[in-house]
Design a protein around this ligand. Structure first.
Ligand code: ADP
Ligand code: ZN
Length: 435
């Protein structure tokens, strides 16, 4: 089912014309209300009026995560706080986190795009939606929630964790749809099986999964485990949250990007050059309707390919292929974005540690597991109150990683110079997972 027939099936030329018109308005607004953009445009020698057609896109400067961090917390907002009705944020300590604001209108648009996404999965007001995305500062939970309410479905605001209870509710409430990270879905399937629950006989018909990379093989595994259709949803909080792109039931190939609200480009991550549609590159997003936190040419770091062939569902919006690679060092651990720089920021704030560490990410069953090896300083090592001090440091690392980043690593303290000694082949991050 197509939720917004008029806009989701606009002819390509009409989409382009709408994008140009909307972007012209956005450029005027950001230039005159956000100091950062005025500076960036002036430095690039471009005025809002210079943008006349899509061919002018390359003249607009990129926005990077670094720009977001430097303007923490509210520096990029284009409206006063009195117009903001919601704040979300990425994980991290204050130097490395980013904050996103929404006006009432932004929330309305986001809800509509989520409603479009759920409709693309065949959901209606007759469905019961089990939403196991995390609620909170993370955009997943509330994003899905508002969209499900908008289509009139009955939402179960389950959030993450409490796996036993989730399995009970899946059996007792009989949801017809489930939303979560793909790895959590697999974890539910494994736990259910261990408890002797037949996950195939639940009422679930369809699942909407995203927030982390997942392969076609994992998709097949989930479909098999629950006997459902598993669809892919894509988004990033900077640009809005989930619901920027959604796979449709009919196409089963790539995700439609809601192009009346976003412009998507693929660029060569090394040179910044725009690639012809269809070539693999880094996705760059520009928002066309956001009021509080408009973004011009935001470099997502996600590597994908745009699919221009028309889709049999009738939607005219371009599709992006499944994302499984990044152009930077960002890791996604249990759906949470983590940069090595964020781990470093936590470690340097703890006395008695050297900034030498190794993060080893692997799978423990369906879920991600993390081991963090950290060198302690010579001083602590030689003169400390012994084991007790070391235990305190270990506890502090575990707590800060949980508090700031939302991940719970196994921590192993090692003697000074152990990690560096492996120089040459030494890597701060070892990711053993396969996508
Ligand atoms: P989300 O709620 O979508 O996880 P975040 O801002 O926390 O939002 O994370 C965004 C990042 O998560 C994206 O840049 C991308 O790397 C990853 N991501 C989101 N959805 C998908 C998906 N369906 N497939 C692969 N990666 C995804
Ligand atoms: Zn389609």
């Amino acid at each position: 089912m197509i939720y917004n027939e008029e806009f989701e099936t606009l002819p390509r030329e009409a989409i382009r014309a709408l994008q140009v018109k909307r972007l012209q308005g956005v450029l005027q607004r950001v230039y005159h209300t956000v100091g950062y953009y005025k500076k960036a445009f002036d430095a690039a020698g471009i005025k809002p009026d210079d943008f006349q057609a899509m061919a002018d896109m390359h003249r607009l400067p990129f926005t990077n995560r670094k720009d977001l961090r430097e303007n923490y917390p509210f520096g990029l907002f284009a409206v006063p706080m009195s117009s903001i009705v919601r704040l979300h944020a990425s994980s991290g300590t204050s130097g490395v986190s980013t904050v996103f604001g929404y006006t009432r209108h932004d929330i309305d648009i986001w809800s509509e795009l989520m409603a479009r996404s759920l409709a693309a999965a065949g959901l209606t007001k007759n469905d019961i939606v089990h939403n196991a995305y995390g609620y909170g500062l993370f955009t997943g939970g509330l994003g899905l929630h508002y969209g499900a309410e908008k289509i009139g479905a009955s939402v179960i605001p389950m959030s993450g964790g409490n796996t036993k209870r989730q399995i009970m509710i899946l059996q007792d409430f009989g949801p017809t749809a489930i939303c979560s990270t793909p790895s959590y879905a697999l974890h539910l399937a494994e736990e259910g099986k261990a408890q002797g629950v037949d996950m195939k006989s639940l009422k679930l018909r369809v699942g909407i999964f995203g927030a982390e990379p997942w392969s076609k093989a994992i998709c097949a595994e989930i479909e098999q485990a629950f006997s459902i259709t598993a669809l892919n949803i894509f988004g990033l909080s900077e640009v809005m949250g989930p619901g920027i792109a959604m796979e449709c039931l009919e196409g089963r190939n790539g995700m439609h990007v809601f192009e009346d609200h976003f412009i998507v480009e693929t660029i060569n991550p090394a040179t910044g050059e725009i690639l012809p549609e269809g070539e693999e590159g880094e996705l760059v997003f520009t928002t066309l309707t956001k009021e509080a936190f408009p973004l011009i040419r935001y470099r997502s770091g996600d590597i994908s390919r745009l699919i221009t062939e028309p889709c049999r569902c009738g939607r005219s919006h371009i599709r992006m292929e499944r994302v499984v690679k990044r152009s930077d060092d960002m890791l996604i651990i249990r759906g949470i974005n983590v940069f090595p720089s964020q781990v470093e920021a936590i470690l340097v704030a703890i006395e008695g540690l050297e900034p030498h560490y190794q993060l080893i990410v692997d799978k423990a069953g369906a879920l991600d597991s993390v081991e963090l090896q950290v060198e302690v300083s010579e001083k602590i090592f030689s003169e400390s109150g012994g084991v007790k001090d070391l235990q305190n440091i270990e506890r502090r690392i575990v707590k800060d990683m949980k508090d700031y980043l939302g991940i719970s690593p196994r921590v192993k303290l090692v003697e000074p110079n152990t990690l560096q000694r492996q120089a040459g082949a030494f890597k701060k991050v070892i990711d053993k997972r396969k996508f």
